[in-house]
Write a protein of this length. Structure first.
Length: 273
């Protein structure tokens, strides 16, 4: 009897296993979402969107530009509004002097061009103009001595504190803006590359030590040069109030500047043939 039950039990277990496997085969393990394609945009819609974004960007840039211009204009106006009457007068005088110098240079060049065009011997006229321009460049570069109307400024040693390089450089700039054509400080000829520097004992100008009292000679319109130094709130007042120096400006019809410079040797710059 026991041998008959074992096959039946085996068959029964196999049957139950098939039923379980069949049930597992029909069990849902999950579902996947349906992926839908996005509708294609038309070319007209894309072009319209591009034009809209471009217009918006241009409008924004114009707004920023207008805002920046308004701020700059307000700042310039505010700067002039805060200037004193003396400062405005000095600014107008310096601007007028610069305009006058440019007009004179323009007239000189125009006369040279006209003379060259009308000259029978153009070669001789060209040589004359070249010599004239060489003299002008010689004065500017410091190669030639000069004389003419101008002022002599004497600055004593400061009693409150030592005069610094920035103030002396500002004095030279104020004189240049007032129309000074040729200048010298003590024994140093002032040129476009002139600089001042502070040392433990005083000042140096273009590598040369300056001793007090400082003597500044400037050739130009005496009245304009004197106003540039003595104007209220200007560099002359600063020398007196801040440093305790005595500033004396003397006008003269014949200021002689015999300090000259050697011809500089340039390593990289060459003249155009």
């Amino acid at each position: 009897m026991s041998h008959k039950k074992e096959p039946q039990d085996l068959l029964s277990r196999l049957h139950r296993q098939r039923v379980a496997d069949s049930a597992n085969d029909h069990t849902e393990t999950g579902s996947f979402p349906v992926v839908r394609r996005k509708p294609k945009r038309s070319l007209q819609a894309n072009a319209a969107r591009t034009r809209f974004m471009t217009s918006l960007l241009v409008l924004l840039l114009c707004a920023l530009l207008g805002f920046s211009y308004a701020i700059q204009l307000n700042n310039t106006t505010s700067t002039y509004e805060t200037m004193s009457e003396d400062e405005l007068t000095r600014l107008i005088t310096e601007t007028s002097s610069q305009v006058q110098n440019l007009e004179q240079r323009k007239s000189q060049l125009t006369e040279q061009l006209t003379a060259l065009q009308k000259a029978a011997d153009k070669q001789a006229e060209a040589e004359r103009i070249a010599k004239q321009n060489e003299e002008t460049s010689g004065l500017l570069s410091g190669r030639l001595a000069a004389q003419g109307k101008g002022v002599v400024i004497t600055i004593s040693k400061g009693t409150k504190e030592r005069i610094d390089a920035a103030t002396m450089f500002e004095l030279i700039e104020e004189l240049r803006n007032a129309g000074a054509e040729v200048m010298a400080v003590n024994t140093v000829r002032v040129v476009t590359s002139t600089y001042f520097a502070d040392t433990k004992t005083g000042l140096i100008c273009d590598g040369q030590e300056l001793s007090t009292p400082y003597k500044v000679k400037a050739i130009g319109d005496p009245q304009n040069l004197q106003n540039a130094v003595n104007i209220a709130g200007g560099v002359g007042s600063r020398l007196s109030v801040k440093f305790g120096a005595k500033v004396k400006v003397t006008s003269s019809d014949k200021v002689e500047i015999n300090e000259i410079r050697d011809v500089p040797k340039y390593q990289y710059a060459k003249t155009v043939e």
